[in-house]
Design a protein around this ligand. Sequence first.
Ligand SMILES: Nc1ncnc2c1ncn2[C@@H]1O[C@H](COP(=O)(O)OP(=O)(O)O)[C@@H](O)[C@H]1O
Ligand SMILES: [Mg+2]
Length: 371
Amino acid sequence: MATVTFDKATRIYPGGTKPAVDALEIEIEDGEFLVLVGPSGCGKSTSLRMLAGLEDVNGGAIRIGDRDVTHLPPKDRDIAMVFQNYALYPHMTVAANMGFALKIAGVPKDVIRQKVEEAARILDLTEYLDRKPKALSGGQRQRVAMGRAIVREPQVFLMDEPLSNLDAKLRVSTRTQIASLQRRLGITTVYVTHDQVEAMTMGDRVAVLKDGLLQQIDSPRNMYDRPANLFVAGFIGSPAMNLVEVPITDGGVKFGNSVVPVSREALSAAANRGDTTVTVGIRPEHFDVVELGGSAGLAKDAGLEVSVNVVEELGADGYVYGTARVGGEDKDLVVRVNGRQVPEKGAKLHVVPKAGETHVFSTSTGERLSD
Ligand SMILES: Nc1ncnc2c1ncn2[C@@H]1O[C@H](COP(=O)(O)OP(=O)(O)O)[C@@H](O)[C@H]1O
Ligand SMILES: [Mg+2]
């Protein structure tokens, strides 16, 4: 077991002008499950490959425990990597695939057999040990790839989108299996995905990357409740947070007929930069709907009028996709409603942001202004 440190680690590909990964700083705790997430091309795989030793580090350092591994070859880093395509040897049995790295390392046959059988038990692969990969389902191949990493008992697991070849249902069950397996083994893990739901459900902490730059690193709860900037606010959460640009007024910002409180310091910071607007963020579940009950005492014209365009009924709840007039412009909004009280298409709703559940961001820099 070990900590992992990215210390301003930077990768500039040959011929590139701007870094694919730019001064990445992350300290991962011993035994932690850290998820790197972000859109395609943001530098997730490059970060992981730098840690694995498969990619040169052009600035900064990488440490595993107290060891500076920045310039060590992959084989000396004590890591095991699971790739998206599994990279199984087609001509070898499951057992041979799982034990291959140990065989190369000169581990005695009976020890290999014992470790492979143990991993197979953990992964529910015992009855498949003598099969070739082509006779396995996608989920079973994925588990063989996991098993190959487990038998090596590395200090760190690295996984690059290991579920992306599985169908949706299997992806959900496998992500739970991997997360619980990791907790049982207690091996420090860095897991890469572009899927924010996967990140939020699996990680002890989540690191969001964009254009090679770390945007925020936090627990899933904090990431959701206090996104550090507009990018994270829009990226984490599905359906996405509503983001609406509104004029700055005295003592707060106006959202329809509601005033969203923002600290004076934050507003003057924005005003001092010459901004005349800020961007208010409200998650779909953080509206009270005036006309659908539950908000007694609110005036009928409170908040914002939303015209319902589409209603998505999911059983427990529903999502209203509508349009509202904000600051003289039509703005698309998503509002979560009670699944038993969904409005008709074409209806008009009045929605009020729940107190304490609004986010305010600088429109110009994107940084979070509210507490
Ligand atoms: N071998 C390479 N040579 C040059 N540029 C690369 C190479 N690999 C990746 N890149 C570029 O580096 C950036 C980050 O890529 P990558 O780390 O693969 O992103 P992600 O895994 O987040 O999708 C992208 O702009 C990509 O085009
Ligand atoms: Mg990638």
